[in-house]
Design a protein around this ligand. Structure first.
Ligand SMILES: C[S@@+](CC[C@H](N)C(=O)[O-])C[C@H]1O[C@@H](n2cnc3c(N)ncnc32)[C@H](O)[C@@H]1O
Length: 251
């Protein structure tokens, strides 16, 4: 196993329960926006890549015929199965597996989605190619993740996030996402901001020693400057908002 996958397993084994708790309170509108942009309908067979604790997969399963969730971290898959059981849903399967290569056949799914995962990949273009491969012709591939608007923003954001979460690799710029989707048609984009309190976020994170202070300093130093593009503020204690894009294209 490579160093990045070891970091993922270390971080997300520890984050599995706190991450589920943080995002369990997500606004239903966020899920609905993803479902609508991905064009998910009653007859769809959906794959959720890097599904984590299955929060998105279980919401999608309320709409779609069947959902498969795949994630590298067994502790996340365990949480996903618990969440499925708590909702008594039967049209879902969760499997431990990698995003690249994906353990599925060509064209197996009519919709392939992923949320908050691309900034953990070392080879996003390979992960994207795998999502396209397992999507059937005429189906849709959808990525939802934080995005940046310039190289300077991305460099600063990557530095900030690595202080908090050593498994962060690189936040893609919007034009990098656009380039990934250039081979697909009918490309749709939606945007939202995900506001967080730094205290709450850090209470659910596992930084290296000193990482939390460095993270706080970078957020604090961006108030009124906005070089990182995260709307850093002290409206209700130290906080900021993740800028998120949902981008979806037809194969
Ligand atoms: C921030 S969590 C997002 C979870 C979920 N998609 C959501 O939005 O609630 C990132 C997830 O990506 C998974 N992950 C990271 N790299 C992966 C890889 N190479 N293959 C499969 N899963 C991966 C982690 O295990 C973790 O569960």
């Amino acid at each position: 196993m490579d160093e990045q996958r070891e970091l993922i397993l270390d971080q997300f084994t520890r984050q599995a329960i706190p991450f589920s708790q943080l995002h369990a309170k997500d606004d239903a509108q966020i899920h609905q926006l993803l479902i609508n942009t991905a064009g998910i309908e009653a007859n769809d067979n959906v794959l959720d890549v890097a599904c984590g604790p299955g929060l998105v997969a279980c919401e999608v399963a309320k709409v779609a015929r069947h959902v498969t969730g795949v994630d590298l971290t067994p502790a996340m898959i365990e949480q996903a199965r618990k969440h499925q059981q708590s909702l008594a849903q039967t049209n879902l399967d969760f499997v431990v597996g990698d995003a690249h290569p994906l353990p599925f056949a060509d064209g197996e799914f009519s919709r392939v989605i992923t949320r908050y995962s691309f900034h953990h990949f070392t080879k996003p273009e390979l992960a994207f190619a795998e999502m396209v491969r397992v999507c059937r012709p005429g189906g849709r591939v959808t990525v939802c993740d934080v995005f940046m608007n310039s190289t300077e923003q991305a460099d600063l954001y990557d530095r900030m996030e690595k202080h908090r979460d050593p498994s962060h690799t690189h936040a893609l710029q919007l034009n990098e996402f656009e380039a990934l989707f250039s081979g697909l048609s009918d490309v749709r984009r939606e945007f939202y901001k995900y506001p967080v309190s730094v205290d709450v976020l850090l209470s659910r994170s596992f930084p290296e020693p000193g990482g939390a202070d460095s993270f706080r300093k970078m957020v604090d130093g961006d108030i009124g400057v906005d070089r990182i593009g995260i709307d850093a503020n002290r409206d209700n204690g130290l906080g900021f908002a993740f800028p998120v894009v949902i981008i979806s294209g037809k194969k």
